[in-house]
Each structure stands twice: as C-alpha cells, then as structure tokens.
Design a protein around this ligand. Structure first.
Ligand code: GLA
Length: 700
C-alpha cells in the first residue's frame, strides 16, 4: 500500500491534478489543456474513467488513436497519467445486447442504460466485456512512459438483486457456511418459519411483505462488498499480467456503506479516497478531518491519496454552494496534514454538457483568467514547495473504533429506536475530539491486524457488534494499561447480528464494571444526568442524555453520573473502572448535547491517558506531520496559533524546538529567549506549515 504511493511521490512530488476527460473536447482543446496544466503545476491526471464507449464504440471495434495522442501530449509535457479502466460505465451496446447485464433493484426494477454504473456485478456478459477492455488497455499502454498508476473502475458501489446475483450469493454462502445447517443457524431461520431445505431456495433480501431476516441482510452486504472486490481483483490481475510494477488502485468513498473498505485495503496499492465536504455544514472541517482519519487508518497509518474532490461547487446537492480558493486551500492542506500526499480533483476542465455540466473543475468554463483557476495555480505552487512532507508520519495517539459490520447491523430496522444513527454518533464524538485538538486514527476493532497498543486511548462510540475475538483484544488492551471509552448500545450483537444473552455488554461488562439489563429509548428532550459528587466532572452542572439509554447497575465501576429523571432514574449513566493496568470508561447514552456532557468525559479520559488537548483557539486545527506543524484556521476571522500548546502536543522530537520555520514563506520564528512568540498570527481561512528546528547542541 505504502510503497506504491511513495514511488510516485519520490518521482513526482506531492501529486496534483485530477480526472481528465479529453473525449469530451476537440483535439485543439487538448493542447490548451496540457499547456494550462503545466502552468498550474499539475503532475498527474486520471484519464479514461468514462471512455468505454469512445474506446470501443461497438463490441470488439477499438478506437485508441485519440488516447495514444492524449497520452503522448501529456508525456511530452511531463505530466504523468493514472490510466483508468473504463468499466464503471459500460456502453449502450452492452445493455442492449445483454439486458441481463443491467442491474435489478430489490423490488425487481431493471435499471436502464443512458446514465452510468449500469451494470450487474454478477453478469457474465459484463465481466467478460470489462475483462476485454481492460486487457486491451493494459496490453497497449503497460509500457507507455506516461502511465505511472492504474485506476480500475470508479467508486465501486453497485448493488443488484437479480437471479444471477442470487446464484453468486448462494456460492458465497456455501463458501462461508459449508452446510445448510450452518447457514440456518447463522441466520436463525427458525424465526418466522424461514428454514432453508435447499440452497436453491435462498435469495437476496428482495422486497418482501414485512421485515426481512437481519442476518440475511448483513450477509448480503458482506457479499456485495466481496462481489465488487472480486471485480476489482479481476481488473487488477489483468493489469498485472502486463505491468508487474505500477500501483493499481481504485477510489474509495470515505464513509460509504456499499463496500467494506477494510476488506479492500490489502488489494489497493494506494489508498485513494474521494471526498466532498459540504461547504454549507458548520461541521464541515471536523467531518472532513474524520474522513481523512479513516483514509489514514486504511493506509495503516501511512500516506494516502485524495483521488477526487471539488475545486468549488458540486452539482449533486440540492443547493450547491461554491468554495473560495482560500477554503479549498485549507481543505487541501488539512488533508496534507493528515497524511494525504497529493490533491486530485474531479475534474480538470469543467464539462459543458452532460449531468455534471455545473460541477466545478480546476479549470472553469470561464477559463484561466478566473479567481478559481488562479487559486488552483497558487495551490499547485505551494504543493511543490511542501514536497518534503510527502511520506512523513502524522502524530496521533488516539484511536476511534469504527467498522462496517457494526454500522450495517445498527442501521437495520426494528431496533429499540429508529433514531439511532451510528455515523452521527461517531461524528459527534469526533467533533468533540476535533474541538479539543486531538488527532485520531479511525480503525476497526474486528480486524486482528490493528495494533491497539499503539494508542494511549481507544474510543468506541458506536460498537453495536462485537465479536469474541474483538472483545478479547479490547480486554487485553485495557488489562495491559490502555484507556478505553465505551459508548452507548455497544457489544449488543455478535457478528451475525444475533443479540448476546446475559447482562449487556455480555463480552465486555467485566472490563467496564457496568452491566445493563434493558435498552430504553429516552423521552423526547432526553433525560437529566447528574454528575456524582467527587467525580471531578461535576463543575459543568447537569447534562441531558438523548436517544437510547441502558438500564444499568455498577458491578464494581466508580459511578461518575446517574440519570436524575425519566425511565432510567437512578441508573448509571457514566462510569469509570480500573481493570488490570488500565481504565475503562462507560458512557451510556448520547451525551453530545450543547451542555458539554460528552466533552467533559472525553477531556477526563484524555487527561487520564496523558494525551494533551485543548490549547488552540476555536476553529484552529493543528496537526504534526513529521516535524512540521500544520495549523489551519477554519474560520472567517483572523486568529492565532498557540505555539507552546502546539509544541506540547507534538511528537518527542519537536517539544524542545529552538525555532519554527514557515515552509511557505521562509519566515523563521525563534523560540528561545524573551522575544519568543507565545502565539503566531493565522489569517482568516489561513494555513501555516511550520517546521520545527531542533535545538543546537552546545558542542556544535
Ligand atoms: C465522484 C465521481 C466522479 C464525479 C464526482 C462528482 O468523485 O467519481 O466521476 O461524478 O463524484 O462530484
């Protein structure tokens, strides 16, 4: 994963560019594009994502001349190419000749061509055609000097419920369970008379008269992700037959429910992610950080790549706000701070036709003499200056647990409340951490290769599913001296989605020292929670707990707060428990309201774990990447960076720095002596990248 990106950045520097769709333009425009790309500092473009019909207008009839010319032009200009296999959007001829290649929804509707993504991932005709076009491209361009990376498909996410998918689903289930008895047990088919006596009876979870089997739905999600991964692997295998070396990847989509990226990460030579933070959302910067933390978590803590983002407005929201160049710059440098080694966009030149004609691009229809494009050029120059940050590690000490099984299972129907939103819970916990200046990795606890010991504090805001192995990992982590904060409605189900028996969370209650006997939806407006005297948290006054609580008792934990009213009056709402060498904190409901309940608990847990927090002004994000402090002002008002707070939160090597040098403008800020600045100015939406200089030793 890491080596693929490092090879690219060693050669090209931080990657800068985007999707390039020359098939939408005359050849004269290509020449202008290449010249303008050079001026903007573009060094990598993704070509051909949606060119299948232009490359193969009729089955087996190829038209490569235009692509030869485009790759030649780019190469002559020193611009590298991430060459796509165009399999995300089959040409009309495929759907016309093979209607079975079109996707079917859960209610049996067959989706038409005339858009994109119109394929059934199980379709043999689609698979054969996708393999053929990939073979043609790989054979023709594997040795091309412009091609430095391969991009198979695009944003894999198709779901289909057709008969062919049903067959493949059965094959997948046979491989998973071996016998029908095992499947019947895993799906608990004795409920509602669903026992299967023949594999042929098993179907995808199609539209049915009432609620469907939750375990079947969970497996269909897993199957869907594996099915798409199988498509990606088939494309990669074809490319690998022709090109043994260059990285092959595809673009993930952050918190997208359609595939489980933790199953994909090992197959991707570069972790590539698309993100479109909503400029209208006041939580945009925090939520953007969370997506970046997920990408870094997928990359095992190493560098990753933002494959697509918008230079300004998108065209698929209801009301598509634009972004100023300053805001775009802050988003790009924020991602850089979080381990992203480049900034690629959808797309280079704005389209004048088609559904995305109003989507922004690096080069607007109005041309280079625009505020937006001048901002793009300036950013390209800055990324060249910041080249030395490529590959540098991001300093972080906290893990935020998140996995797709838990997410899928906790968003099914017929739960104690339909108001649960695990992703919203994750975001709200992360926002508190973000406001406290804490950088996290988003990692799954259900994978053995995640080393929890690397973190001083592990937070589990929405861990509805917890399998035995994951519970054992958490137990060992706390017993060994780790700090765990456990959120509401956690450890409720096993990996098949079956509820655990016994007081909850059955597999972790001895670690938490708290157990629950009932899940209790809280009244509208929530319930009051009162801090215990001596909890150290009492200063802020009572807080409100919302959505869903648990009827709890302490089994040895120190009770930090109890419900003061409502259906859970007298029950434990927040607790802390010493277990082995570590501490486990229990948070029994959504305390993320404006009264600061969740923040108070998280601050206390950070303090106990020795993780510094909270030094910066509101809206200022500081991240250490290597020995460089990146400070981003996400607000529209000028402010300052607290230098000593930032140094105190940094990695060992920077705490005693003698100076900070601004990598973008060269200014040196001496930190020794009476004139050392306590704070450095940060303009509205400004970003500074300050490299720490080690103190000079007396002998030198
Ligand atoms: C994603 C897709 C692109 C484009 C953009 C629009 O990134 O991969 O093809 O549709 O969204 O925002």
């Amino acid at each position: 994963m890491t080596a693929g990106l490092a090879r690219l950045t060693d050669e090209l520097g931080l990657l800068y560019g985007g999707d390039y769709n020359p098939e939408q333009w005359d050849p004269a425009v290509w020449r202008e594009d290449v010249a303008l790309m050079r001026e903007a500092g573009v060094n990598l473009v993704t070509v051909g994502v949606f060119s299948w019909s232009h490359l193969e207008p009729r089955p087996g009839e190829y038209r490569f001349g235009w692509l030869d010319e485009v790759l030649g032009l780019l190469h002559d200009a020193g611009i590298a190419v991430d060459l796509a296999t165009p399999v995300a959007s089959p040409p009309p001829w495929l759907g016309h000749r093979h209607p079975e290649s079109l996707p079917t929804t859960a209610d049996g509707t067959v989706l038409s061509y005339g858009s994109r993504n119109q394929f059934c991932p199980s379709s043999d005709a689609y698979r054969a055609a996708a393999a053929t076009i990939a073979e043609q491209l790989a054979a023709r361009y594997a040795g091309h000097p412009a091609v430095r990376m391969w991009h198979a498909g695009n944003e894999y996410g198709q779901v289909c419920f057709c008969d062919r998918c049903a067959e493949r689903f059965r094959d997948w289930l046979r491989a998973r369970y071996g016998t029908l008895d095992a499947l019947n047990a895993a799906w608990a088919t004795t409920v509602w008379s669903q026992e299967y006596g023949d594999w042929a009876e098993i179907l995808p979870p199609r539209v049915a008269p009432y609620h469907r089997n939750p375990s079947q739905e969970l497996d269909f999600r897993r199957f869907g992700s594996d099915l798409l991964l199988d498509l990606f692997r088939a494309q990669k295998a074809i490319i690998r037959r022709h090109d043994a070396e260059r990285p092959v990847t595809t673009n993930l989509m952050g918190f997208f429910g359609g595939v489980d990226p933790h199953d994909w990460r090992a197959d991707l030579d570069v972790i590539a992610d698309d993100a479109y933070p909503d400029p209208a959302s006041p939580d945009g910067p925090a939520d953007a950080a969370l997506v970046n933390h997920l990408a870094r978590g997928l990359a095992g803590g190493s560098s990753w790549l933002r494959m697509e983002q918008a230079a300004s407005a998108v065209s698929w929201r209801e009301h598509n706000l634009t972004k100023s160049p300053a805001r775009l710059r802050s988003e790009v440098l924020q991602a850089l701070a979080h381990g992203c080694d480049g900034a690629l966009f959808f797309q280079w030149r704005q389209a004048r036709s088609g559904p995305e004609r109003f989507h922004s691009a690096m080069l607007p229809l109005a041309g280079p003499d625009t505020v937006a494009h001048q901002g793009i050029r300036a950013l390209g120059g800055e990324l060249r200056t910041l080249r030395r940050l490529a590959g540098a590690p991001v300093h972080r000490r906290v893990a935020l647990l998140w996995d797709w099984t838990s997410w899928w299972a906790a968003t099914q129907v017929a739960l104690p409340t339909a108001r649960l939103d695990p992703l919203a819970t994750l975001r709200s916990w992360h926002r508190e951490l973000w406001c406290l200046g804490v950088v996290v990795d988003v990692v799954p606890v259900d994978r053995a290769d995640v080393a929890l010991d690397a973190y001083d504090l592990v937070l589990a805001p929405a861990q509805y599913v917890l399998d035995d192995a994951a519970a054992a990992r958490l137990e060992a982590y706390v017993a060994g001296g780790g700090h765990l904060v456990w959120g509401p409605f956690g450890g409720v189900a096993d990996a098949e989605g079956h509820l655990r028996t016994g007081r909850s969370p059955a597999c972790l209650r001895h670690v938490l020292g708290v157990s629950a006997e009932e899940w209790v939806p809280l009244p509208d407006g929530g319930s009051e929670v009162a801090w215990s005297a001596g909890s150290g948290l009492a200063g802020g006054g009572p807080v409100r707990a919302a959505t869903l609580g648990e009827r709890t008792r302490s089994d040895g934990a120190e009770v930090l707060a109890t419900y003061a009213d409502g259906p859970l009056a007298g029950c434990v709402a927040v607790a802390r428990h010493v277990f082995g060498e570590g501490r486990a904190w229990y948070v029994g409901a959504d305390l993320g309201g404006p009264d600061g309940g969740l923040a108070a608990v998280l601050r206390a847990a950070l303090d106990a774990a020795g993780v510094p927090h909270g030094a910066q002004e509101p809206g200022v994000e500081t991240v250490w990447r290597g020995h460089a402090l990146v400070a981003v002002n996400h607000t529209d008002a000028a402010t300052t960076v607290d230098v000593s707070g930032a140094l105190a939160a940094g990695p060992d090597g920077v705490r005693a720095a003698s100076a900070l040098t601004d990598l973008l403008d060269g200014t040196r800020h001496d930190l020794a002596g009476p004139t050392a600045p306590a704070a450095l100015p940060l303009p509205a939406r400004g970003v500074v990248v300050l490299e720490a200089q080690a103190p000079t030793s007396p002998s030198t």
